[in-house]
Design a protein around this ligand. Sequence first.
Ligand SMILES: [Zn+2]
Length: 206
Amino acid sequence: MDILIHNTGWIEAICGPMFSGKSEELIRRLRRATIARKRIQVFKPAIDTRYSASEIVTHNDNRMTCDPVPSATAILKCLDWRVQAVGIDECNFFGTELVEIATQLADSGKQVIVAGLDTDYLGRPFPPMPDLLAIAESITKTLAVCMKCGNPAKHTQRLVESNDLIFVGAAEAYEARCRRCFEPGIPSQEVLDFGKHPSKQKLGRD
Ligand SMILES: [Zn+2]
């Protein structure tokens, strides 16, 4: 980030599918900010209680204390305005109002690091990340490993039956898939067999 000038805020976006290390990268950058003696504050949506209510927890069990907030506007209310770096995880749960909030934070001189899914379970651009990418100074796209073939994976495959855009879950409900192995929508119930790998599941009973 050599191009950045002191006392100017900016937005760094980290996007990619689940299991690609987005939260890991967010925590790494926030720890670096701490080493640089910056005051930091981290937010995540209160809806996300998968691993912990008051921490960001990566799939590798790397943890960082955070403030859970019910909405994007609540970030401004809960913000300690002395902080110089603001981390926001799981942006896809906050909706499009996060774009304005992130802009306000950056305009007020803060380093803003946002992390979230860039596509939804059908492979569509997932708001607000597309807009955040457009207004960010820097973008990192993380890739996972396809659970079917091992290729770099950019998709989040939903494994359970739900047509809700937001369905909070971890490894029991989602896996990473590459472009070729991704199946938009939900795999049919008969190939799911709750937890077993779909490709190894024998169909029917004959
Ligand atoms: Zn694959």
